[in-house]
Design a protein around this ligand. Structure first.
Ligand code: ZN
Length: 91
């Protein structure tokens, strides 16, 4: 005989812990992306006020930009000819 009440209790307990985990995550403060120090979650920044961190974030974002451009160029080189041949401009 399965104890339905015990299962229900366990499930609701699990749900409430999951809920509290989610809300804890939502209300959690932000961390600096570079050094991991706590920062005000109301601020629209991803790093603390440390000039080192700001500089590093700028470098990272610049690298990301370059990577995106490289990826775009790569896609263009790779799919460009395919696209051109598919519309009958090549071959
Ligand atoms: Zn920092």
């Amino acid at each position: 005989m399965v104890d339905a009440k015990a299962i229900k209790d366990r499930v609701s307990k699990k749900i409430s812990t999951t809920k509290s985990k989610i809300s804890a995550h939502v209300s959690a403060h932000k961390h600096c992306r570079i050094c991991g120090v706590n920062i005000d979650h109301k601020l629209e920044v991803r790093v603390c006020k440390d000039p080192d961190c700001i500089e590093k974030l700028e470098k990272t974002e610049r690298n990301d930009k370059v990577m995106r451009i490289m990826f775009f160029v790569f896609v263009l080189i790779f799919f460009g000819p395919l696209l051109l041949s598919s519309v009958g401009l090549l071959g």
